[in-house]
Design a binder for this molecule. Structure first.
Ligand code: BDR
Ligand code: CA
Length: 314
């Protein structure tokens, strides 16, 4: 049976690819998409999510707008990485599908209450504001969540938005703390693994060679997105952070990690948003997350390219 998921997202080129992979995969039933402010403000992330659904030929997917700002802090955005629109690169039309009625947080709460307990997986690939707000407003839903699979944090790779912190956790560390302390089974895709799935020229060519609107759009997105990481890290191409989440749902055996304790720094100005991961198990703090560290990158790209090739064909 397909796994029921909600994708909570701030698209973002890599978010877009994560969504496309979910929509192309029969192992996944996407119940809805909840947009949050992150890479760019909410007005753009909710619009970008609809652009991506239409690109996939799925205007029936419900896209909800969520929180405009983190729980306790002003929003920090990442136009320097994703461009002014958040989805710079391809030339995609404005969406015609409407935004779903209601607030994303209410959708998350209602869905978890409606569906049998333990049957809905949450997949956050942006700051954790919507998810934490739902837990604060409706604590009864926490024990109904099957699992959370998220992109965020870093340990050996340390930070990308500050020397110590990864963007999604940094933007709303108080929300991240609520999620990491929720007791829900957590699988975490930190920069340690996402920096291993790089869109090299050959992999980008393979997207383009699909010869479909989706293949061309994904190639143009990763072309745009790679300039930042190439300059910063001298890497071979764009890291596909967020698609690690949806790829894990389909082929978990491509990934490996450790079940360890991970705490979120919320106080220090210097290290705010750091994921303090007890990778070496040097404390007796209880494990709360499976922190992924490695991936079969060739297997990942073989899966992704094959699945993207399924979209937009008659
Ligand atoms: C994360 O931050 C965003 O820029 C990406 O979409 C990803 O979710 C990587 O740090
Ligand atoms: Ca994201």
């Amino acid at each position: 049976m397909a796994r029921k998921i909600i994708i909570d997202t701030d698209p973002g080129q890599d978010d877009a690819v994560a969504i496309l992979l979910a929509l192309a995969s029969p192992e996944i039933e996407l119940l809805g998409i909840t947009a949050v402010a992150g890479n760019v403000p909410l007005s753009l992330t909710q619009k970008n999510a609809r652009i991506v659904c239409e690109l996939a030929g799925r205007p029936d997917i419900r896209v909800f707008a969520g929180c405009e700002a983190p729980l306790k802090r002003p929003l920090v955005t990442a136009e320097h990485v994703h461009g002014k629109t958040g989805l710079d690169g391809p030339n995609l039309p404005d969406p015609t599908m409407p935004l779903a009625e209601g607030h994303a947080v209410d959708f998350i709460i209602e869905t978890l209450r409606e569906k049998p307990a333990g049957t809905v997986t949450l997949c956050p690939i942006g700051p954790l504001t919507n998810i934490a707000t739902a837990f604060l407003r409706a604590p009864d839903i926490v024990e109904r969540v099957q699992e959370i699979v998220l992109m965020g944090g870093a340990y050996f790779e340390v930070g990308n938005i500050t020397p110590a912190a990864e963007f999604n956790i940094y933007v709303d560390p108080e929300a991240a703390e609520i999620v990491f302390r929720s007791g829900i089974p957590l699988t975490v895709m930190p920069l340690d693994v996402t920096h291993k799935v790089l869109v090299t020229k050959a992999r980008n060519d393979a997207f383009r060679a699909l010869g479909t609107p989706v293949g061309r759009a994904v190639a143009a997105m990763t072309d745009f997105f790679e300039r930042f990481d190439k300059e910063k890290y001298g890497s071979d191409g764009a890291p596909l952070h967020d698609p690690c989440v949806t790829a894990w749902l389909i082929r978990p055996e491509l990934f490996s990690g450790r079940h360890i304790n991970v705490e979120i720094e919320t106080v220090s100005d210097l290290t705010r948003g750091m994921t303090v991961a007890d990778w070496w198990r040097v404390t007796d703090r209880a494990p709360n997350a499976t922190f992924i560290g490695d991936v079969d990158a060739d297997g990942f790209f073989a899966l992704l390219t094959e699945r993207l090739g399924r979209l937009g064909r008659a």
